[in-house]
Design a protein around this ligand. Structure first.
Ligand SMILES: [Zn+2]
Ligand SMILES: [Zn+2]
Length: 145
């Protein structure tokens, strides 16, 4: 099974062989990044990224807990492609909406629910206030098996 995707203009393309989980994030930085009410994160082990082509630029911001998050985005169309966080250095996080077929994934949980709009909560059983911890990540992986 391969999951393929790319940016809006098509100059960045990627494929992954396996994903750990799909997560919705209601933090305010995801609102800025997407221009929408929440972000979608497809979390993968970087070793399962089979193909990643096209030029990207990087923008680094601080997370709400103060740690750096570096986004790779397409300099032509501006789509965010992927990012990484220090807490899980072996993993890459892809912006969900860039996958060619987002219906291949089920949403496993949501986080930063305290800054969600009343009308944007997804009703996931796995719902975290604030940032994820390892226990929450393990539950998301288990739910997605
Ligand atoms: Zn592009
Ligand atoms: Zn977020």
């Amino acid at each position: 099974m391969s999951y393929t995707g790319g940016c809006s203009c098509g100059s960045v393309r990627f494929a992954i062989s396996k994903n750990l989980y799909l997560l919705a994030c209601h933090c305010n930085e995801c609102k800025k990044r997407t221009g929408s009410a929440f972000g979608l994160s497809v979390v993968v082990e970087t070793e399962n990224v089979e193909n990643y082509q096209g030029e990207t630029k990087t923008f680094t911001r601080k997370s709400e807990s103060g740690r750096p998050v570096s986004y790779e985005f397409c300099p032509v169309c501006g789509s965010t492609i992927r990012w990484g966080i220090e807490a899980v250095p072996s993993r890459s996080i892809f912006a969900g909406g860039n996958f060619d077929d987002l219906s291949q994934f089920s949403v496993a949980g949501e986080m930063y629910i305290e800054t969600a709009m009343d009308w944007s909560r997804l009703g996931c059983n796995l719902a975290q206030v604030g940032e994820p911890d390892n226990e929450f990540r393990a539950a998301l992986i288990e739910k997605s098996k």
